[in-house]
Design a protein around this ligand. Structure first.
Ligand code: A2P
Length: 281
């Protein structure tokens, strides 16, 4: 029994994943992240997305364990950091994440960046396949992989990533990667779905106008845009009222025309690092 109105999507291995969750990048470990996760679980969120490098796995796990919600009803994602790529490093890094979270399995474990110049992601993926075979994780996937990185994995491995989590928002909608993923049974999950903090799109007049017709905020309009593009979406907030607002998006639907208008915000400009050139820690 799930006390949530968030719909689920079925991953390529049959596992069910909520289509909307809480992102916690930049949420401080301790009170801040614990309060955010607690508010999210109360509001009906059942997907929490953290990473080793966010430094808040401890707080995330604490809030999950304190919630009283059965573990199997919460979908927990964490990510392997760059310095932990490579054959002998993955398993200890995974066990350390598990320990910080205070959990005995992870729902979705992701490689955080491909780091193509270091060329370790294929051997790292083979270790992920072992974690999956050992049932330590219910699904495995990647983040920030470009088409060529996905093609290389496809060529040299047996398990297709369930998810590719990438920077995606109306200004950077990643059409090519979305098409590739669709053809290969990989689901796309949007990070910085609201367009991040720098020069936020949430003040955009068109989004404000569209929202007014539905009595919704620009953030809710953008979250709806992700959902209607069949993306998994993980808006970040540390404010309880915004956390509640961001999940209150299942009682309206954008028209085709409104979706097209929002699509037209595309600039081709990333906010974050380029996966082809980020190779450090
Ligand atoms: P805060 O944590 O202070 O609420 P993204 O998920 O694209 O990275 O962007 C999240 C940013 O937008 C965060 O800075 C977050 O700040 C802010 N934010 C999240 N939800 C809302 C909302 N409903 N309205 C306005 N700003 C929001």
């Amino acid at each position: 029994m799930n006390d949530t109105n968030v719909p689920y999507v079925t991953l390529n291995n049959g596992v069910q994943m909520p289509r909307l969750g809480l992102g916690v990048w930049k949420s401080k470990d301790g009170n801040e992240v614990e309060a955010a996760v607690t508010a999210a679980l109360k509001a009906g969120y059942r997907l929490i997305d953290t990473a080793m490098v966010y430094g808040n796995e401890g707080g995330v796990g604490k809030a999950i364990r304190a919630s009283g919600i059965p573990r199997e009803e919460i979908f927990v994602t964490t990510k392997l950091w760059n310095s932990d790529q490579g054959k002998d490093k993955v398993r200890p890094a995974f066990e350390a994440s598990l320990k910080r979270l205070g959990l005995d399995y992870i729902d979705l474990y992701l490689i955080h960046w491909p780091m193509p110049a270091r060329d370790l992601y294929v051997e790292t993926w083979h270790e992920f396949e072992k974690l999956y075979a050992d049932k330590k994780v219910r699904a495995i996937g990647v983040c920030n992989f470009e088409v060529e990185h996905l093609e290389k994995l496809d060529k040299h491995s047996t398990v297709t990533p369930a998810v590719n989590q990438i920077e995606l928002h109306p200004r950077f909608a990643q059409t090519e990667l979305r098409e590739y993923a669709k053809e290969h049974g990989i689901l796309i999950e949007s990070w910085s779905p609201l367009g991040g903090t720098k020069g936020s799109i949430l003040g955009n007049e068109m989004l404000i106008q569209i929202g007014k017709d539905y009595s919704k905020s620009p953030a809710q309009v953008v979250i709806r845009w992700h959902l209607q593009h069949n993306l998994i979406v993980i808006p970040k907030s540390v404010h309880a009222e915004r956390i509640s607002q961001n999940i209150d998006v299942f009682d309206f639907e954008l028209s085709k025309e409104e979706m097209d208008m929002i699509d037209s915000l595309e600039t081709g400009q990333r906010l974050g690092p380029d996966p082809n050139t980020l190779n450090g820690n």
